[in-house]
Each structure stands twice: as C-alpha cells, then as structure tokens.
Design a binder for this molecule. Structure first.
Ligand code: UD1
Ligand code: MG
Length: 404
C-alpha cells in the first residue's frame, strides 16, 4: 500500500495536469501572444501559409514542473511528520533531476527563440546533465556493468567503466534530446513518438515494481506519469492538422526527462531499446549530420499540392563536393537499396540527387506518396512495434544472456 499511494496521487495529479495544459493551450489569447512574440512557424506541408504558434512545449513543460513541485511532499511528507530518518539521498535525487529538466527546458526555449547552431545543440544537454551526474556520483557512483554470459569467460562477470560511465551518461542526454528532434517535421510525430516511449517506460516500471529495485522504478513513475499527462494535451493540438508546434523546447525537455529516469532508475540500456526508431533514424542520418552529404535546413518530406500527399524530399549536390567517405557510404546504402540515388543530374551531369536521409523519407521511398496524417500514424505504429520488440529483447533474451 505504501508503495502504491504516491503512484496513485501522481496519476491523479497527471490527469489534472492534462486538463490544465489543455485549457491553457486552447486559449486563443495564448496563440496570439506567441505569434506576437515572433514565436511561430509555417506549416510547410499545407497549402495555406498560416502562422502556427511554435515552442508550445514550454507551456506543457512549465505545467509539468509545477505538478512535480507540488508532488514533492507526497512521498516525503509522511516521513517528515513521523520524524523518522529522512532519506536525504532520495530527496536530493529528485531535486537534482528536476533541476536538470528545468535547465533543459530553459535551454530548449532559448534555442527556439535564438535559433542556436548545431554545436550548441550538443553542448546544452551536456551542461544540463551535470547536476544529475553529480548526484549520481554522490549517491551511487556505481560504474560497473554486468557482462552478458557468452562474454564472461574473456571479460569476467562485470567491468568497471569508471569515468567512461559518466561520459556514457552525458552522451545519453545529448542523444535522447537530439534524436527526437531529428525525427520530426510532420504533424504529431514529435509528441506522438515521445508519448509512446513514455508509455513504454511506464509499463516497464510497473512490471518492475515487484522486483528488488522497486524504489527506482517508483521514482521513475513519479516523473513519467505527469509527463504523459501534459504531453497528451499537446498531442491533441499538434495532431494533424496542427494548430500548434511543440518546438525544440519540447524535444529537449522530453529527451532530458527520459535520460533522467533512465539514469536514476538504473535502466538506461532498456530505455535505449525504446529508442530503436530514433537510433535507426540517427544512423541513417549520419552522412548528412556530419556533412559528408549536403544537408539542407529542412529534411522533411515534400508536399504535393495537387494530390495533398507527401513525397520523398531530395538533396542535390555537386559530385565534386562529395568526399571519399560520403561517396563510399552512399554507394553502400545504394547497394542495399536504402536510398534513391540519381547520378549525373543537372547541367552537364555534374550533380547528384539523393533522398534526404531520414526514416520518414525512407518509409515514403517504400510505400510511395502518402497523406501526412497516415504517414504520422504509420511512424507511430513503427514506434509502438519497436517497443514490443524492446520488451521481447528485455525479458526473454536478457534472461538468456544474463540469467537474471
Ligand atoms: C529538425 C531537422 C530538420 C527538420 C525539422 C522539422 C535535422 C538535422 N533537422 O531541425 O531536417 O526539417 O527538424 O521539425 O534532421 N514543421 C512543419 N510541420 C511540423 C513540424 C514542423 O512544417 O509538423 C516546420 C515548421 O516550419 C516549424 C519548423 O518545422 O517552424 C520547426 O523546425 P525546427 O524544430 O526549428 O528544426 P530543427 O529542429 O532545427
Ligand atoms: Mg526541431
């Protein structure tokens, strides 16, 4: 009962947070306020060129933080009153986690307002994860990883990664924040994928509540339930046709929330399994992200006015601009039929044309022109399917390899 009580309260508060976020976003005045502050974007996949308020993730993020601030006394209040030994370590964990998320929300909003450069996008999450890493160091400092059974004869039962474990955790925050941001650009996708990841984490936490590490999973639920509540309200308005855009604020805030629960809940590897589509999208994007292949400002699919459908968007670049590695990777991708590469295009055949390397375009390559709403649904089904795969790997296969 003591285990479930705070979870029930958190669930109830999450429902309230949904209702409040929904009410605020619904207000016409809020949209006008954002547009007046120049916080708007044009929906590139629509006929009209209406201004859509951008960075509304800052609203859901603030309601999320307030919900959690109000929630803090719930798991700790009784302990204060009973005058029993107060769990300072758990308390500081919660406050540091909130500090990291709050910091990321601020930095994400700064990105939306100031349009930061790519190097900042890598630096910001690293800085925001420092309070978290500090608390991890003070509270646990466990940097050993258990080795899968087949490798144990060579490596041993566990390996202490030391400082590298902290580097890994810092990189996890960078990855989670940016991975969501680059699998984006069609209505409902940013929020939709984040909600499916959050739901998968919540289900995983529930399954683990009976285990030895129940406290860590209870802690994770405190953070995930209000996240689901506030994000559902965003999804309602960001779903096709979008009346709001969530902005980089939301992507950063979401990625950090996932990194926080993954790290402090000690299930970062399982959490990464829920990021399967994002990992695939990242690996597929590598040639463009690292500028081996020309990367335009927007890689989202191209809108066809006549059919009201989306088709693959392409990037055109001079053959001579392609370096050896870029050339090699493109040919490798072409060999495995992963891209649509046209050589010798343009004047004198000096140019090459390739689809933009995103999972969204890849799916369009296979299924042909698709309506935006349907494409978004397909991508979310893929995300949900990957969560099923993740659970299959986590439970039956992990038992085989780790015997736990
Ligand atoms: C990332 C992607 C970029 C993609 C963009 C779309 C990389 C390296 N960057 O850039 O390729 O085009 O996200 O979000 O992969 N928009 C829509 N419909 C939507 C959502 C967004 O048209 O459903 C457009 C709007 O004009 C909006 C803009 O995208 O204003 C937001 O883009 P922004 O988040 O600033 O792009 P990045 O995150 O830098
Ligand atoms: Mg973005």
């Amino acid at each position: 009962m003591a285990m479930w009580f705070p979870i029930f309260v958190s669930g109830a508060m999450s429902v309230v947070s949904y209702l409040i976020t929904e009410t605020i976003i619904f207000k016409q005045k809020l949209k006008e306020m954002f547009i007046k502050a120049n916080l708007f974007g044009i929906d590139l996949n629509k006929k009209g060129k209406e201004k859509v308020p951008e960075a509304i993730g800052v609203v859901s993020g603030c309601i999320y933080l307030i919900t959690l601030f109000l929630f803090i006394p719930v798991p700790f209040g009784r302990l204060i009153m009973e005058n029993s030994t107060f769990p300072h370590d758990e308390f500081v964990e919660m406050v540091a986690a909130l500090l990291s998320i709050c910091c990321m929300l601020l930095l994400g909003f700064a990105d939306d307002v100031l349009d930061l450069r790519w190097r900042h996008k890598l630096l910001l999450p690293t800085i925001a994860s420092l309070p978290l890493l500090m608390v991890y160091y003070v509270n646990f400092n466990s940097t050993s990883v258990i080795i899968p059974k087949p490798l144990r004869p060579w490596v041993g039962f566990s390996v202490n990664l030391g400082i590298f474990y902290y580097v890994y955790m810092g990189m996890l925050a960078v990855f989670c924040t940016n991975a969501i941001n680059i699998l984006a650009g069609i209505n409902g996708l940013e929020v939709g994928q984040s909600i499916i990841i959050a739901l998968s984490i919540a289900v995983f936490n529930m399954c683990e509540l009976n285990g030895d590490l129940w406290k860590a999973h209870q802690f994770s639920l405190y953070f995930i339930l209000p996240y689901i509540g506030t994000s559902l309200a965003l999804l309602k308005y960001n779903w096709y046709p979008s009346r709001i855009f969530v902005g980089d604020t939301f992507c950063y805030f979401s990625g950090m929330t996932f990194a926080v629960v993954g790290i402090l809940g000690h299930f970062s590897k399982t959490m990464l399994l829920f990021f399967l589509p994002q990992i695939i999208n990242f690996l597929y994007s590598v040639p463009q992200l690292f500028h081996m292949v020309h990367c335009p400002r927007h890689r989202i699919p191209r809108y066809c006015k006549e059919t009201d459908k989306l088709v693959c968007s392409v990037t055109v670049f001079k053959k001579t601009d392609l370096n050896f590695l870029g050339n090699f990777i493109l040919r490798l991708f072409k060999f495995f039929k992963l891209i649509d590469l046209k050589e010798n295009v343009g004047e004198g055949g000096l140019y090459m044309e390739c689809n933009n390397l995103t999972l969204i375009n890849f799916i369009l390559l296979w299924i042909g022109p698709t309506h935006e709403k349907k494409l978004s649904q397909i991508l979310l089904i893929v995300q949900a399917f990957c969560s099923v795969v993740a659970f299959t790997i986590r439970y039956p296969l992990a038992w085989l390899f780790y015997n736990v």
